[in-house]
Design a protein around this ligand. Structure first.
Ligand SMILES: CC(=O)N[C@H]1[C@@H](OP(=O)(O)OP(=O)(O)OC[C@H]2O[C@@H](n3ccc(=O)[nH]c3=O)[C@H](O)[C@@H]2O)O[C@H](CO)[C@@H](O)[C@@H]1O
Ligand SMILES: C=C(OP(=O)(O)O)C(=O)O
Length: 433
């Protein structure tokens, strides 16, 4: 069993570079099913477990894929798609697998995908994905744990209003519409930067998507799409996590590659807490040399405060001098880390969708487990300031979303290592140069 061992107390100082965005690259790889001509080269691909899983998924469909860890690229050649059924062993690892539904229906008129189950942060329904694809002419059948979609003729453009501005539903519909006949409008669409990145990618394939980043997206379907060379945007959540690491340790860190336009709510909250945040062209500089002030935070769809930064922000609220409130409005069950944080001395009380956080109490190292990917990162953040040693387990969650978390934090001066326990012996790992 792997674990991260962190000894609290070091101020972080230096420069850290963010990788490409997980939540942008996953739909981009799914959209790579769409083109029937030419090769796709995707650059700045973070070599995460999720990326490996979705690439394998395409590979199992008979699509040529080549993932090169060294150059951080993925090459995809989808002239032939031989298989339209997604295997359970891959889909169960990652909810984003459902993003292949739209592209498969558009390209092959058929897809059979295991139903994505509930997960650590909530039930995560797919009704809005299905509603949009049905409006375009797809038919769905559910049975034996699978959802099977068929398109009798060809998908056709439609006007689709989403009841919730779902990121995944917007992406699935946008991808399907790119090869549909005619024009599609997605209203109440999600506006996240990853949606804009996917739209830019589809346009680079020869598609026609307009309005991404606003709540109405217009897609004119094409008869075919072709390959391209595309670079993924930097990961705003990874960037935000290192900004939080700087602030919590009262350190000074330049987060290279972070785009401040994507991080406005996080920057605003860090400033309210008293941290100094300088927005540069090539990144964001964070310095905190005074005790942090308490703040209230509510997660919302973009451009609101991101739910994927909720637990990391709670780590900061724990060290602030006074009471703060965190309200989660996006997912109904994203407070699993609260119990783990309490094991480190945190004083927190869940009240429905909010948590009252009494900041400023002493925190002490403990054995804790990552309950989801961001929760894992948040526990590491608390470990950076807790007295003594913290051990974080269930690292498969963290590996879904952070490339070289331990190595990057260590390069900033953290006393942290990752070890694997084999036959009772601890072995230090060096996974990232
Ligand atoms: C791979 C990826 O990009 N994951 C991100 C994506 O997840 P994901 O795309 O799964 O999140 P959604 O935006 O779809 O979910 C937002 C809310 O909409 C609800 N909903 C969603 C779909 C649906 O058909 N019906 C429905 O009711 C969900 O239960 C949730 O309450 O956006 C989330 C919200 O920013 C992020 O936390 C995830 O990191
Ligand atoms: C919840 C997240 O991802 P996913 O949607 O892939 O579970 C996340 O990135 O924090």
């Amino acid at each position: 069993m792997d674990k991260i061992i962190v000894r609290g107390g070091n101020r972080l100082k230096g420069r850290v570079k963010v990788h490409g965005a997980k939540n942008a690259v996953l739909p981009i790889i799914a959209a790579s099913i769409l083109p029937s001509r030419g090769e796709i080269l995707i650059r700045d691909v973070p070599m995460l477990e999720d990326v490996k899983t979705i690439t394998q998924l395409l590979h199992r469909m008979g699509i040529q894929t080549e993932l090169d860890e060294k150059s951080e690229t993925v090459r995809i050649q989808g002239e032939k798609v031989e298989q339209t059924e997604a295997p359970y062993d891959l889909v169960r690892k990652m909810r984003a697998s459902f993003l292949v539904m739209g592209p498969l229906l558009a390209r092959k008129k058929h897809a059979r995908i295991p139903l994505p189950g509930g997960c650590a942060i909530g039930s995560r329904p797919i009704d809005q994905h299905l509603k949009g694809l049905e409006a375009m002419g797809a038919k769905f059948n559910i049975g034996q744990g699978f959802i099977e979609g068929t398109v009798p003729d060809r998908l056709r453009g439609a006007r689709i209003y989403l009841d919730v501005a779902s990121v995944g539903a917007t992406e699935n519909i946008m991808m399907a519409a790119a090869l549909a006949e005619g024009r599609t409008f997605i209203e109440n669409a999600a506006c996240e930067p990853e949606i804009v990145d996917l739209a830019n990618f589809i346009n680079a394939l020869g598609g026609q998507v307009r309005g991404a980043g606003t709540d109405t997206i217009r897609i004119d379907g094409k008869d075919f799409l072709r390959g391209t060379d595309y670079t993924v945007i930097p990961d705003r959540i990874e960037a935000g996590t290192y900004m939080a690491a700087a602030a919590i340790t009262r350190g000074e860190v330049f987060v290279e590659g972070a785009i401040s336009d994507h991080l406005n709510p996080v920057i605003a909250k860090l400033r309210e807490m008293g941290a100094e945040v300088l927005e540069g062209e090539n990144g964001i500089h964070v310095r905190a040399d005074r005790p942090l002030k308490p703040v209230d935070v509510k997660t919302l769809p973009y451009p609101g405060f991101p739910t994927d930064m909720q637990s990391q922000m709670m780590a900061l609220q724990l060290v602030a001098e006074g009471n703060s409130m965190m309200t989660e409005t996006v997912f109904e069950n994203r407070f699993m880390h609260v119990e783990e944080m309490k094991r480190m001395g945190a004083k927190m009380k869940i009240d429905g969708r909010s948590v009252l956080i009494e900041g400023g109490h002493p925190l002490s190292g403990a054995q804790v487990k990552a309950t989801d990917l961001r929760a894992g990162a948040a526990l590491v953040l608390v470990g950076l300031v807790a007295q003594g040693v913290t051990e974080v387990t269930e690292l498969h969650h963290i590996d879904r979303g952070y490339v070289g978390l331990v190595e990057k934090l260590r390069s900033l001066g953290a006393d942290i290592q990752r070890v694997s326990e084999e036959a009772g012996k601890l072995k230090v790992q060096h996974s990232f140069a």
